[in-house]
Design a binder for this molecule. Structure first.
Ligand code: ZN
Ligand code: ZN
Length: 136
C-alpha cells in the first residue's frame, strides 16, 4: 500500500496518513485565500487517529478565527497544514492541505466550494460541481 507522506516547506514537520476520509474540495472562501496566499485551498479530510506526526510537531502553531475554525501552520516556514471546523471536531477528523503531501495515493478533488467569494482574477475551467457555500 502506498504511504501518504507530507511535510512543510522547511521540512522540519513531517507526517503520514493511513487513509483519507470523505471528500476533497477546492475551497474559495476568503479565509482560505488569505491563509494560503492563493486563489483557493484544497483540503482532504482524515480521521484524527489516521494522522501521525513523524517530526517537528513542536513547531505547529494554531490560529483560531472568529468563526471558531482552527488553522494550523508551521511556526518556522509558515506552511498551511491543517484546518478544523466544528464539523471536524464532532467527526474527530481534520482537514489537511493536500498540496503539502510529497507522496500521495491517487486522489481527485470533486467540487469547488464557497464559490460566492471566488477571486475575480481566477477562472474555474473544469467541470466539477460548484457550490456557492458548503456542500454538506
Ligand atoms: Zn516548516
Ligand atoms: Zn475555505
Amino acid at each position: 500500500m502506498k504511504k501518504n507522506t507530507g511535510s512543510c516547506l522547511c521540512k522540519q514537520i513531517t507526517f503520514d496518513v493511513d487513509k483519507f476520509q470523505g471528500l476533497i474540495g477546492h475551497c474559495h472562501c476568503k479565509m482560505c485565500q488569505k491563509f494560503h496566499g492563493a486563489a483557493f485551498s484544497t483540503f482532504v479530510e482524515v480521521k484524527r487517529i489516521d494522522l501521525n506526526w513523524l517530526s517537528g510537531d513542536d513547531l505547529l502553531k494554531e490560529y483560531r478565527a472568529d468563526n471558531d475554525t482552527v488553522r494550523t501552520f508551521c511556526s518556522c516556514c509558515g506552511s498551511s497544514l491543517l484546518f478544523e471546523s466544528k464539523y471536524n471536531r464532532s467527526e474527530e477528523s481534520i482537514e489537511i492541505a493536500l498540496a503539502t503531501f510529497d507522496s500521495v495515493e491517487v486522489v481527485h478533488a470533486d467540487a469547488h466550494i464557497y464559490t460566492e467569494s471566488k477571486a475575480d482574477w481566477f477562472n474555474i475551467n473544469d467541470n466539477l460541481p460548484q457550490h456557492r457555500q458548503y456542500r454538506r
